[in-house]
Write a protein that binds this ligand. Structure first.
Ligand code: MTE
Length: 318
């Protein structure tokens, strides 16, 4: 994976947290005003922000970290999304060309109820939650992001996977007209972008389908209209702008492993004791911070997920 040295990153000038909290307060009061007018509160809150695709009501989740959030500017501006270029700044500009409606997600493979979902149907499938997670990129930087989504398990349990479903494979849209990074002359990865999880990983309550962040629908560069978020793994496991979810018996060959199996494996759990062949994973720079901090096993989610890997040699299964 190409990397930019984290020391090149400017500390963010503004924290959007206060702004965000103000907006939440605004949305709440808009909801209260609507109630007195006899409208459902969430409806009026959405109607109060013109031009945005509306999200259903969002509840808080106990799975959130209360660490300070990264600014909206950092989260939407410093990005890996190779379909829109291999540097960190092009996706914010080039992803504007992505058309996120109409959008379908095809669920196939080893399930009793294969189905193609309209994304707006998928959004409404289960209650949306705000999940503030740490994101640790394999390039040794990190952020704290208030995602909106629901556990992938909510979808899986409605589909009734067969006994042969051992893994879940996620596939990103392949459309070079909209995604210039997929044109042959860029040649960075084999398209489409593919990622995978073991079934028990995908069923873990921390693994979510993301539809929004900072209270609103996902910006295109963050993987609109639907993406995966797996907080205990390096960021590249969290495939963006997905159009396919396939249940399979064999371990999927994920894009980064296909590109360079010496450097990237299937599991890709955040692990400070196993270095990337070209750099250490022991520390990370939280975007906006000056000093580095220690990287935590499973990105700080060891208590919740370590049991998934009991008895496995994580040096071998990197
Ligand atoms: N998904 C697709 N389709 N293409 C990508 O290039 N990059 C990954 C991941 N998902 C990527 C992707 C990497 S390396 C990271 S760190 C995260 O997206 C970063 O995006 P985020 O900050 O919006 O999570």
């Amino acid at each position: 994976m190409l990397i930019r040295k984290p020391s090149d990153i400017e500390p963010s000038e503004i924290t959007d947290r206060a702004l965000y909290q103000n907006r939440r307060a605004f949305i709440k009061s808009a909801g209260a005003a609507a109630l007195t007018a006899g409208l459902p509160g969430w409806f009026a809150a959405e109607a109060a922000i013109p031009g945005k695709i509306a999200l259903p009501p969002i509840r808080k989740s106990a799975y959130s970290t209360n660490e300070p959030l990264n600014s909206l500017k950092d989260i939407t501006g410093y990005i890996n999304f190779y379909e829109f270029g291999t540097d960190k700044y092009s996706p914010a500009v080039l992803a504007k060309s992505l058309r996120t409606r109409p959008w379908t997600v095809r669920v196939s493979g080893e399930v009793k109820r294969p189905k193609t979902f309209e994304v707006d149907e998928l959004i409404k499938l289960a209650p949306l939650e705000e999940r503030t997670y740490r994101l640790r990129c394999v390039e040794a930087w990190s952020m704290v992001i208030p995602w909106i989504g629901y556990p992938i398990a909510e979808l899986i349990k409605r589909l009734e996977p067969t006994g042969n479903a051992k893994y879940v494979e996620f596939t990103t849209l392949h459309d070079p007209d909209q995604m210039p990074g997929q044109r042959a002359f860029f040649g960075s990865l084999d398209w489409p972008y593919v990622e995978g999880l073991r079934m028990d990983e995908a069923m873990h309550p921390l693994a979510i389908l993301g539809f929004g962040l900072y209270g609103e629908v996902l910006p295109n560069q963050n993987g609109a209209p639907v993406r995966v978020v797996v907080p205990w793994k390096y960021g590249f496991k969290s495939a963006k702008s997905i159009v396919g979810i396939r249940f399979v018996e064999k371990q999927p060959l994920n894009s980064w492993q296909k590109a360079n199996s010496r450097e990237y494996g299937f599991y890709s759990n955040v692990n400070p004791t196993v270095d990337h062949p070209r750099w250490s994973q022991a520390t990370e720079r939280r975007i906006g911070d000056f000093f580095k901090r220690k990287t935590l096993m499973f990105n700080g989610y060891a208590e919740q997920v370590a049991h998934l890997y009991a008895g496995m040699d994580l040096r071998k299964y990197y």
